[in-house]
Design a protein around this ligand. Structure first.
Ligand code: PLP
Length: 431
């Protein structure tokens, strides 16, 4: 039986429900990343490090709600916020104490976020951050990174996938090749002092799970200082992921503005952006429209975020990061038994495996996921093989939550699934 046939046999109810979903949503889903072949399983519930499908299958979850649930699913912190909201109201549309508490906690960890605003998604956060930078500088051009994903807003949905256009972009956005000092310097020379902002994920997420090199970030920092350009770190993934606060101290460069999301909402929909007082004051001084949104700073989300960050403040991130480091190293050792046309990337609790059509040269200079040589057929099969082995991955890897650390023999379990899946995939590919 092929891997897809085995998968269909394992998820009959999901297949039926997906048929209904196809009649309701383009592609059967409300976010493209949730679709995969032959069909996505349908989740019934989630707890800790595990998902339960409507077919009764339990999966170790390395996706963790788009990497947002760092305390695991259905955490007591989130549950407490929801209980409170059930009694006190979920949404008032007024200034509330909860938002002051959450913002104070964030600021205590990221002091450079002197002023901030909450919104309801990372997409909004990056949209508003860029808008603020434009108003602050009086410039229109935005510079981003090839392969950088900042959410679905149109302005930043440029050069997400190859082929990359860089300078030929229209609509006021151009892109830089990640970690490539020379090519970036060339583009920046042409940009001069025309850009409002450079926006970069300090550890590029959807673009490959690769940390920016310190000297690369330093080059951007120097360029921004010289030209009066606002440097924005999009930390929607990295904020509170690797330490209690921004990842920037680990990479040695401080931006002018930050965007955050995911983890700071404690499992509920959130975005935040903030930075230097002088820049953020543009919002009121110039009366630009940012930070709107009916559900911004709703007390229920603020509480879930506050409870979650309060727990994270006491958590030992080194345990989470070293568990990720260990798994990443073991994946490297495991995958070379099967192929050299692959590479493993990640940082701290993040690990990704990329299948390629050729032996990779350098994986740090460009989002490896986006290499034209990416072997998406193997990736597709691997995802299914991993599910058959009890593990739900994203980009052939994923992220750990603190709930994962409670799983007995976590690293052995994950590596066993990788080993079995690689065996099954390369076996099927040989046939
Ligand atoms: N920025 C980064 C780095 C992201 O990874 C994402 C989402 O995955 C976003 C922004 C958009 O966040 P949201 O999906 O909450 O709109």
């Amino acid at each position: 039986m092929s891997l897809f046939d085995k998968y269909s046999a394992m998820f009959p109810l999901s297949e039926r429900e997906y048929g209904k979903a196809l009649e309701l949503f383009p592609g059967g889903v409300c976010h493209d990343i949730r679709r995969f072949e032959p069909f996505p399983f349908v989740t019934d519930s989630a707890e800790g490090a595990y998902l339960q499908t409507i077919d009764g299958v339990t999966l170790l979850d390395l996706w963790c709600g788009h990497y947002g649930n760092i305390l695991g699913h259905a955490s007591t912190e989130t549950a407490a916020a929801l209980r409170e909201a059930a009694e006190n109201g979920t949404h008032t549309g007024t200034l509330n104490e909860q938002q002051i508490k959450l913002a104070s906690l964030i600021k205590s960890a990221v002091s450079e976020m002197e002023l901030m605003r909450f919104c309801t998604s990372g997409t909004e956060a990056t949209m508003y951050a860029v808008r603020t930078a434009k108003a602050y500088t009086g410039r229109e051009l935005i510079v981003k990174i090839e392969g950088g994903w900042h959410g679905a807003n149109s302005e930043l949905s440029y050069d997400i996938k190859p082929p990359f256009n860089r300078l030929t972009g229209t609509g006021g956005t151009i892109s830089l090749p990640f970690n490539n000092m020379e090519a970036t310097a060339d583009v920046l020379e042409k940009v001069g002092d025309n850009a409002a902002a450079i926006i970069i994920e300090p550890v590029i997420g959807a673009g490959g799970g690769i940390p920016a090199k310190k000297e690369y970030l330093q080059m951007l920092r120097e360029f921004c200082d010289r030209t009066g350009t606002v440097l924005i770190f999009d930390e929607v993934i990295t904020g509170f992921r690797f330490r209690f606060g921004s990842v920037s101290p680990l990479l040695g460069v401080t931006p002018d503005m930050f965007t955050m999301g995911k983890i700071i909402g404690g499992g509920l929909a959130i975005g935040a952006y903030g930075g230097r007082r002088e820049i953020m004051r543009t919002i009121t001084d110039k009366k630009i429209v940012v930070g709107g949104g009916t559900f911004s700073a709703s007390p229920v989300t603020m509480n879930a975020g506050f409870n979650t960050l309060s727990t994270l403040k006491k958590a030992d991130y080194s345990l989470l990061n070293s568990a990720g480091d260990n798994i990443r190293e073991r994946i490297k050792t495991t995958v070379c038994k099967y192929t050299d046309k692959a590479c493993v990337t990640g940082f701290g609790s993040f690990f990704f495996l990329h299948f390629l059509n050729e032996v990779p040269q350098e994986v740090t200079c460009r989002p490896s996921r986006l290499l034209p040589a990416m072997d998406s057929n193997t990736e597709r099969l691997f995802k299914i093989a991993m599910i058959l082995n009890g593990v739900f991955t994203m980009h052939s890897g994923g992220a750990l939550s603190f709930a994962h650390l409670k799983t007995e023999k976590l690293s052995d379990t994950v590596i066993k699934a990788y080993e079995n899946s690689l065996e099954a995939v390369f076996d099927e590919r040989r046939q």
